[in-house]
Structure formats: structure tokens, C-alpha cells
Design a binder for this molecule. Sequence first.
Ligand SMILES: Cc1cc2nc3c(=O)[nH]c(=O)nc-3n(C[C@H](O)[C@H](O)[C@H](O)COP(=O)(O)O)c2cc1C
Ligand SMILES: [Fe+2]
Ligand SMILES: [Fe+2]
Length: 413
Amino acid sequence: MYTVRKVTEDLYWVGANDHRLALFENIFPISRGVSYNSYLLEDEKTVLFDTVDWSAARDLIKNIKDVIGDKDLDYVVVHHMEPDHGGSLEEICIRYPNVTIVSSEQGFEIMRQIGFSKVDEHKQIIVKEGDTISFGKHTFAFVEAPMVHWPEVLMSFDVTNGVLFTADAFGSFGALDGKLFNDEVNFDRDWLDDARRYYSNIVGKYGPFVQDVLKKAATLDIKYICPLHGPVWRNDFAYLLDKYDKWSKYEPEETGVVIAYASMYGNTEHAAQTLASRLCDKGMTNVVVHDVSRTDVSELISDVFKYSHLVLASVTYNLNIYPVMKNFIMDMAALNVQNRTIAIIENGTWACTVGDKMEEIIDDELKLCDVLNDRVTINTSLNKANANDMNSLVDSILESMKNIKELKEKLNK
Ligand SMILES: Cc1cc2nc3c(=O)[nH]c(=O)nc-3n(C[C@H](O)[C@H](O)[C@H](O)COP(=O)(O)O)c2cc1C
Ligand SMILES: [Fe+2]
Ligand SMILES: [Fe+2]
């Protein structure tokens, strides 16, 4: 055994860890790397569940051989055809000419679009919701999970031993590096932030579809959750499902404040820091401050999913929003961010228009978001009058937090 890990009886992790890729999907920085999880069932039939990115095909082939030696591969189940998983399918077809491919109808279409010409030389089984296939001891039921986060996505459930293959759902950035299970890592400390960043940026837009999947999952007696990235779950499911439930309903995990500022010369930055100090002074220490020019937008999005309150502090830039801040706000809109309390700090030297511009986008594009009335308008740098405005803003933020708390208490009664 080289890098293979046993998941449970008859089932092995045969995936790969990638520390070379700088940007996942050529957009998300992954300083902790990423894993492409592929699983191999050794039953009466041998079955591979998904492949890996084409850059990792060598690891996959080595791992498969490590488990089944010279035995043939009978089936490959393709839950998701995005190239970080489907990429090595053609290689599998070439190495195992007898392999039968199992996927959704659209999964097969995407294989052809990618140009995998070998695919049509193989026996194919198209599966849809409720279909089952037996590979010997283990029988698999297929579940459709459209738009989590591609249209063709399938999940499958081993009804014999309760293993649920969830495609990208419940996945995370971060390489496994030997560890495999959630209880082999300190997930809350070391993985949750990357799991949230993965979810919010990649799946975040599709909350209602995730809710549909969670409802289906609630009916299953799950013993293992095998996602296509990050740790396999074998206990503490309530923790994971609760996070997914909150994220997919766009409910904050914590009452707290993200202060995101855009500042060229430091004055707006100083205002953001002032607000943070004043909030902490009044006991609200669950505060994070980000410079939108320095913090990757995927991290900003992740924190917006985590916290209840967001303060946008921006300079006016050619009568408009500072471009990096605008990009962040548009990204929130694109990812369907909703249900947040938002405050605005604006700055301008001769025509301060940025507050109205930001509020316009929030009103038009972000659903169920309240913008607090206590906007702070700065004329280049904070003055005495602003100090009072800042105190009103602090009170207004704290007051709205009380409202959230009261509402929650009412709902829990
Ligand atoms: C390229 C550029 C465009 C600007 N456009 C405007 C503007 O349209 N209206 C305005 O009031 N100030 C404008 N400003 C001034 C900045 O908003 C001002 O310097 C800023 O509020 C100072 O805050 P800071 O120290 O946080 O950068 C502009 C500044 C630059 C560099
Ligand atoms: Fe994907
Ligand atoms: Fe993926």
C-alpha cells in the first residue's frame, strides 16, 4: 500500500493530493492544496467511483493497481464530470477497455463535449433518480443532485453499508496528506474555514438545490459521507449537516461583524479600524477587518457567509465604487448572498457618491438584506462630527444584534 487508504470494508480511497495547483478553477487560491477523492470498491465486481484531475492521473492509476493488482476494472461510476474529477476518465478507458461507464445522461453528454472519444467504445449505463445497481454484496441507489453545483451531478448510496457518495457536496479545499477521516483532523480548527470558503464560493449560489439534497439525505441511514474533496465523514454528521443547512439557507453561523474596507491613502482604513475598536469597546469582539485590496475575494465571501453583519467602507473612485469593492459586492450578488445586516461608511474628497452607489446595488441585487440608516459619510478623513456618527453606527449595529437574538429566542420557543 502506498497512498491508498481503506475507507471501510471493500472500499478504498485511491485519489490524489495536489500541492502544485496555485488557483483552483484558476480563480481560488489554495495555499493548503486540494485533494481529488476517488474511491474503489472491490466487490464481486471492481468499481471506481469518479476519477481525478488529469494532472493526477498517474497517482490514480498507481493506487488502483495497488488495490486490484492485475484484475480488470469492471465499472467506473461518474457522479460529476467537471474535469477535476472526470479529467482522467479517458485514461481509465484506455487502460481498462472492458470497463462499463455509469453516469447520468447529461454526464455522458459532457464526456463527449470534453472530447473523450473512447467513451462511446464502452458499455454505458445511464442512471437516474431511484435506479439501483448491484456489484455483488453492495447495492447502490442513485440520487440526482442537479445544480450542486453542475446540472449532471449524481450522488449514490451504498444501501448495504450506508456509504453516501456526495460528489462536490460536503467537500473542502485542503490536501489530505495522509489523513482521510474527519476524526483524524481537527476539522473545526483546521478545516472549517476552507470548507466554508469552498462551499460559499463554489456551491453558494445554489442554496435551494442543496436544501433539496439535505432533505433526501435526511431519509438515509448514513454511516459514511464520501465527498470528492477533503475528509471523509464517519461521525459527527450533525455538525456537518448543521453547517450545510445554515449555509444553504443563507443563515449566519455567528452573530458578528465583518468590516471590509477599500482605502487608497489610509483614511477609510482608519475609519474601519475605529469602528472595530468602538465595537470591541462595547463588548462586541466578534469582529473581523479586511482590506478588500489585500484579502482574496473568496475569503471575503466566506466570512460573509459566516457572520451576521457586514460593514462596507469605501472611497469614492471617479464618482463610483472603488473597483475592488465593487467586484466584492457583485460577487456577493452573484453568489446569492442574502439575509444580512449591512452598514455603509463612505468617503470622498469632492463628490462623495459611493454610499448611494453601494446601497443601490445592495437594494437591487442582495435579497433580504437590511441596510442600517446610520451611514457614516467622511470628507477625506474622520473629523469630530464623524466620531459621533461612528458611535451611532456602533449603537445601531448592537441594537440590530439584539433584534436577531430576540427573534432567535422567539423562534426557539
Ligand atoms: C482615481 C481617484 C478617483 C477619485 N474620485 C473621486 C470622486 O469621484 N469623488 C470624490 O469625492 N473623491 C474622489 N477621489 C478622492 C478619494 O475618494 C479620497 O482621496 C479618499 O476619500 C481618501 O480616502 P483614503 O485615504 O481611504 O483613500 C478619487 C481619488 C482617486 C485617486
Ligand atoms: Fe465540481
Ligand atoms: Fe470538484
